[in-house]
Design a protein around this ligand. Structure first.
Ligand SMILES: CC(C)(COP(=O)(O)OP(=O)(O)OC[C@H]1O[C@@H](n2cnc3c(N)ncnc32)[C@H](O)[C@@H]1OP(=O)(O)O)[C@@H](O)C(=O)NCCC(=O)NCCS
Length: 207
């Protein structure tokens, strides 16, 4: 699957829903893609978000693919077969994939597309957040915020003008989360997801 321009959105992930057992069998036997060697755009190993929780951020490794598949199966299954496609996106060209850990346990992830082309969506230089998720048990502890702060800080360092993402219209927790980080809804996209849900395009303009 290619990840470039508008094709990086989840709307390209089509298919029939699979059972949990089928998904687990598939994730345990798959050969996952190799990580790409260093990417200059995103940096720095450690971030602490809330004082009570030490959250470590690092680049994704090949061994994280089953975690990403499992997490996507838990939080994105209603939208499409993201447990199957997200691990494939992790190390594609132009992608930066971050893993958040608490006590060495992966608890969250962000998959970000940073196009080399300087003009995308007619908006200038953008970063596109393909997916962001935190394990249900670890939500609301600042993990998402740590991931988002890292993405925003690195985007500013790299003179990115906009951060763009899509999220389901009915996903109020995510919309609140993104609004808390000053994202604004700019568009409604009908039937954006493979399972048919509408999405909002949300944008953060960086000064
Ligand atoms: C959206 C998501 C990534 C947020 O991650 P998180 O680690 O739980 O969020 P944080 O603890 O960093 O929350 C930061 C702020 O976002 C807002 N927020 C987060 N979750 C919220 C919720 N369920 N309801 C309302 N506001 C919420 C709050 O303002 C929160 O600050 P507070 O806790 O001080 O009030 C996480 O809920 C998630 O993985 N959801 C399932 C997958 C998903 O929907 N991903 C996004 C769509 S692509």
């Amino acid at each position: 699957m290619t990840v470039s321009g508008r094709t990086c959105g989840p709307e390209k992930v089509k298919g029939r829903k699979k059972s949990k057992a089928q998904s687990q069998a598939r994730t345990s036997t798959r050969v996952w893609p190799e990580p790409r060697s260093g990417d200059q755009h995103f940096s720095g190993p450690v971030v602490s978000a809330k004082p009570t929780t030490l959250i470590k951020l690092r680049r994704a490794k090949r061994s994280d693919a089953p975690f990403v598949a499992d997490l996507a199966g838990k939080v994105f299954c209603e939208y499409g077969l993201y447990d199957q496609c997200l691990p494939d996106w992790l190390f594609q060209d132009g992608i930066v994939s971050l893993i958040a850990e608490i006590r060495r346990r992966p608890v969250g992830m962000a998959i970000v597309h940073m196009p080399e082309n300087t003009s995308n969506y007619g908006m200038g230089l953008i970063v596109y957040i393909l997916a962001m998720a935190v394990s249900p048990y670890f939500q609301r502890r600042g993990v998402g915020q740590a991931l988002m702060r890292r993405i925003i800080n690195d985007a500013i360092k790299n003179k990115i003008e906009y951060i763009v993402l899509h999220t389901a219209v009915a996903n109020h927790p995510a919309i609140n989360f993104y609004k808390k980080h000053n994202f604004e809804v700019i568009r409604l996209v009908r039937h954006y997801y493979p399972s048919g849900q509408d999405a909002f395009t949300m944008v953060l303009a960086l000064d």
